[in-house]
Design a binder for this molecule. Structure first.
Ligand SMILES: Cc1cc2nc3c(=O)[nH]c(=O)nc-3n(C[C@H](O)[C@H](O)[C@H](O)COP(=O)(O)OP(=O)(O)OC[C@H]3O[C@@H](n4cnc5c(N)ncnc54)[C@H](O)[C@@H]3O)c2cc1C
Ligand code: FES
Length: 364
């Protein structure tokens, strides 16, 4: 069928085309060089990683980053370097030989050392490929624990190991004309990449809905007066968020405390927008919701979408260990909507069969 793309071998079957087809051998382990690591707001940083090559990715896909102490970072020539698990021999085995590796923190026992042993998953916020294959990946991360703190401390020129691109991306069903991009907290980054993905597709209408607890936790660039209007207190979409304006899409800002934009949850702004559009157009045909954020917010977004009868794709952020289908730590309950409410659900892996799912197929 015209416009449809084949799924990679072994992938889930779907009748919907991907925005950009995932190649058949899409993932690998890469050593990237930190190009920039800029603080965007109180807790968020934009990490720009450069690589000589990286497979094409789709908005919604993610990478698993090794956030180890830089003393254990891999060298740029693909040599993984000393492993974090190669701890020094116990005192009794040392004899006169010098200890091969520095202990990361001499006062701590190994497992309390300031290392993030498992890779941490992060959505792609952008992916730029130059004609010679040279690639830049944008990661917007919030410092919440050991791994993200180490990531925040990375300096330009340091190297970092990553695996990717992982998981499935968002898809655009045929006939869609308007996409609502709903991002909350650390779920905002994939929406920025999705805005770019939409712009490269046949959809020309997009509206961003960006929610945070407070103004200082918004990892986006607000263009204030005199170049653009202030974010609307009433939740009107305006061309004042640089990351969306770049593609011609207006955006709504909501904060829980009302410090910027509309006071309240992003789902309230989405609901008001869909309601107004429904009044203007009757049945809401040709509209879709894409969403990423905390589970409660995605669940509420899925409910709003269901009320208005529009499809909704969510990118789940289940805690993950391996990111590659091995550890089974990321399962979610899945029941395809065509089987009905009474049908049995089954587990699916968020890391390989997601993280993007149709919200109507999930048992929340
Ligand atoms: C597919 C995917 C994409 C993600 N994309 C991004 C992104 O673009 N930007 C970003 O900042 N973060 C993102 N996250 C979340 C990010 O992976 C975690 O914040 C990170 O692993 C925390 O590592 P840490 O060592 O700093 O914290 P830890 O020390 O491991 O944990 C600190 C605290 O954060 C909680 N936590 C850890 N992981 C999660 C999670 N997935 N959901 C909710 N709470 C969690 C822990 O329970 C703990 O309370 C994503 C997660 C997934 C699964
Ligand atoms: S994270 Fe290990 S199986 Fe999904």
């Amino acid at each position: 069928m015209p416009g449809r793309t084949r799924q990679p071998a072994g992938g889930a079957t779907s009748s919907e085309p991907r925005i950009r087809p995932t190649p058949t051998s899409p993932r690998g382990r890469y050593v990237a060089t930190v190009k920039e690591n800029i603080r965007l707001c109180t807790d968020h940083y934009r990490l720009v990683l450069s690589l000589p090559r990286f497979p094409r990715s789709t908005p919604g896909q993610f990478v698993e980053i090794d956030c180890r102490d830089p003393r254990f970072a891999p060298s740029a020539d693909h040599d993984p370097g000393p492993r974090a698990f190669d701890w020094p021999p116990p005192e009794s085995f040392k004899g006169d030989s010098p200890v091969a590796l520095p202990r990361p923190c001499p006062s701590d026992p190994d497992f309390n050392a300031p290392l993030a042993y498992l890779r941490r998953p992060f959505s792609l916020a952008d992916h730029r490929i130059w004609p010679d294959g040279y690639t830049e990946l944008d990661i917007i991360h919030r410092v919440v624990g050991r791994g993200t703190l180490l990531l925040a401390q990375m300096l330009p020129g340091q190297t970092v190991s990553l695996i990717g691109p992982l998981g499935t991306g968002f898809t655009i069903p045929q006939g869609i004309e308007l996409a609502c991009l709903v991002g909350g907290g650390v779920g905002i980054p994939p929406m920025l990449y999705m805005a770019k993905g939409l712009q490269q597709s046949w959809i020309k209408g997009g509206v961003g809905f960006i929610g945070a607890q407070r103004e200082d936790l918004l990892p986006v660039t607000i263009i204030g007066p005199p170049n653009a209007p202030e974010p609307s207190r009433a939740g009107d979409p305006l061309l004042n968020v640089a990351e969306f304006k770049e593609y011609g899409y207006p955006a709504v800002i909501t904060t829980d405390d009302g410090s910027l934009g509309m006071r309240g949850y992003v789902t309230e702004a989405l609901s008001a927008f869909l309601e107004e559009r429904q009044v203007q157009q009757g049945r809401l045909m040709n509209t879709i919701v894409y969403c990423c954020g905390p589970t409660a917010m995605m669940k509420a977004t899925a409910r709003v979408a269901a009320v208005f009868g529009v499809p909704c794709q969510v990118s789940l952020e289940q805690p993950m260990a391996c990111g590659m289908g091995t550890c089974q730590s990321c399962v979610i309950k899945f029941r395809p909507r065509d089987l009905g409410e009474g049908a049995e659900w089954k587990y699916k892996l968020t890391c390989t069969e997601g993280p993007v799912f149709d919200s109507r197929d999930l048992v929340w």
